[in-house]
Design a protein around this ligand. Structure first.
Ligand code: ZN
Length: 91
């Protein structure tokens, strides 16, 4: 019987090369902007960034976090988020 390795893979172990262009991926802290109905959340997260096309790859946990925040923003909930300033729209 093969024991499945349940250890969480590090981000760099999950992705070998860019799935879009095959380019080299480098682990970076990136800023991701999530938009809801009215509010916007800015997150600093770890991602693998393609050096060639700029594609960003995130861990499952990070993607789940995005989904949770997006769902909250869509409902107008900013629970757990810290206000950092105002956002303006240029008309
Ligand atoms: Zn790429």
């Amino acid at each position: 019987m093969v024991q499945k390795n349940s250890r969480k893979l590090a981000l760099e172990e999950m992705f070998g090369s860019c799935p879009v262009c095959g380019g080299e991926l480098v682990k970076r802290q990136v800023e991701e902007i999530l938009r809801g109905a009215q509010d916007t959340a800015i997150l600093n997260v770890e991602a693998m960034v393609c050096q060639r096309c700029g594609e960003r790859l995130y861990s499952e946990d990070t993607v789940r976090g995005f989904e949770r925040i997006r769902a909250n923003l869509a409902r107008g909930s900013v629970e757990g988020l810290e206000p950092v300033g105002r956002a303006y729209k240029v008309s």
